[in-house]
Design a protein around this ligand. Structure first.
Ligand SMILES: *Cc1c(COP(=O)(O)O)cnc(C)c1O
Length: 344
């Protein structure tokens, strides 16, 4: 049987031969002593790329988010996020357990406005209310279907945060996709925020690793919290080399993933069993819903698996498909045909 067409996530990619060669050849040292040349190169390069003073490599995006929350908020604080933010839905309660914060979701489908944010800010000076001290934006938004956060709105939201003495954080696990889709640089997208997280293990195809970027003072604080959470590692240059390779060779090709997601979404939109807003298909993620008389998400995912197409059930009638380095246009077309057939 052919290998399955794996559309569960862009994290399922395996390092290419060229990426493995770069990893094998990477100069390494003990990164806890600041002596890993490949990690240092990655951090310096990403700080420049993101327009920030300093950057810190971390083993995962979840840890990057947890560290950011610990650096920018205190236990008992309230953090305003988008609906269904990764920090609230995919980190198994880490925001509460590791940073002691409570999340308040605002807006629609991963996006919100400065007015939505302002309305959610708890008044200060009354002892009953938790202080709202941080706003977090996710760009692109995973559960929102890979939508790009409108930059004018991000600028307004971060300006309001600053005016009110609050911090701002950008979960940019897929900022590379947002930059490509919006035609704005990563530095421009990150500019309004105090801290930004990016991932190397999604569209860039590395086997792991994320990074936080911000001012030197915030990155020094992040370094301490990374250690406290057990994320200070040693010869991380093996991972950094994979990330550098991904930046050099897999960033521009994200355009292919975006085109493939569009192909899939348009094919699915032709089925009466599928409810999908094509306007949300802006990058490499396709989130679609199943009509009331169609099979539910678990059933469709199980049937698709038998036919060699892997997807994720996101809710009872919601399914996610993600395009990436390891799926071709031909495979995406075959996956679309299989799904159309299964949906009748
Ligand atoms: C994947 C993801 C993360 C977490 O990254 P991991 O490396 O899987 O822990 C954080 N935020 C968003 C938006 C993501 O999609």
């Amino acid at each position: 049987m052919n290998e399955p067409i794996d559309l569960r996530s862009d994290t399922v990619t395996r390092p290419t031969d060229a990426m493995r060669a770069a990893m094998a050849a990477a100069p390494v040292g003990d990164s806890q002593y600041g002596e890993d040349p490949s990690t240092n190169e990655l951090q310096e390069r990403c700080a420049r790329l993101l327009g920030k003073e300093a950057a810190l490599w971390l083993p995962s995006g979840t840890m990057a988010n947890q560290v950011a929350l610990r650096v920018l908020a205190r236990p008992g604080d309230e953090v305003v996020t988008s609906r269904e933010a990764h920090a609230g839905w995919h980190e198994t309660g880490g925001a509460a357990a590791n940073a002691g914060v409570q999340l308040v979701e605002v807006g629609q489908r991963g996006l919100f406005t400065a007015e939505d944010f302002e309305a959610a800010i708890k008044p200060r000076g009354l002892p009953v209310f938790p202080p709202t001290t941080l706003v977090e934006i996710e760009n692109t938004h995973n559960r929102g279907g890979g939508v790009v956060f409108p930059q004018e709105e991000a600028v307004r939201i971060c300006a309001l945060a600053r005016e009110r003495g609050m911090a701002s954080f950008l979960d940019g696990a897929r900022l590379w996709n947002a930059a490509l889709a919006s035609g704005r640089s990563e530095a421009e997208l990150a500019a309004p925020f105090d801290l930004v997280a990016v991932a190397f293990s999604k569209g860039l195809g590395a086997p792991g690793g994320s990074l936080l970027a911000g001012s030197r003072a915030l990155i020094n604080a992040a370094d301490r919290h990374r250690r406290m959470l057990g994320g200070a590692m040693r010869q991380t240059g093996i991972y950094a080399a994979a990330a550098l390779h991904g930046l050099d060779h897999h960033r521009a090709r994200l355009a292919d993933d975006h085109r493939h997601a569009r192909l899939l979404a348009e094919a699915l939109a032709g089925s009466p069993a599928v409810l999908i807003d094509l306007a949300t298909v802006q990058t490499n993620i396709v989130v679609f819903h199943l009509a009331p008389d169609a099979p539910d998400a678990a059933t469709l995912v199980a049937r698709a698996r038998q036919r060699g197409v892997l997807l994720n059930a996101f809710a009872a009638r919601t399914v996610r498909a993600v395009t990436h380095l390891d799926v071709s246009a031909d495979q995406v077309q075959r996956a679309a045909a299989t799904l159309r057939e299964l949906l009748g």
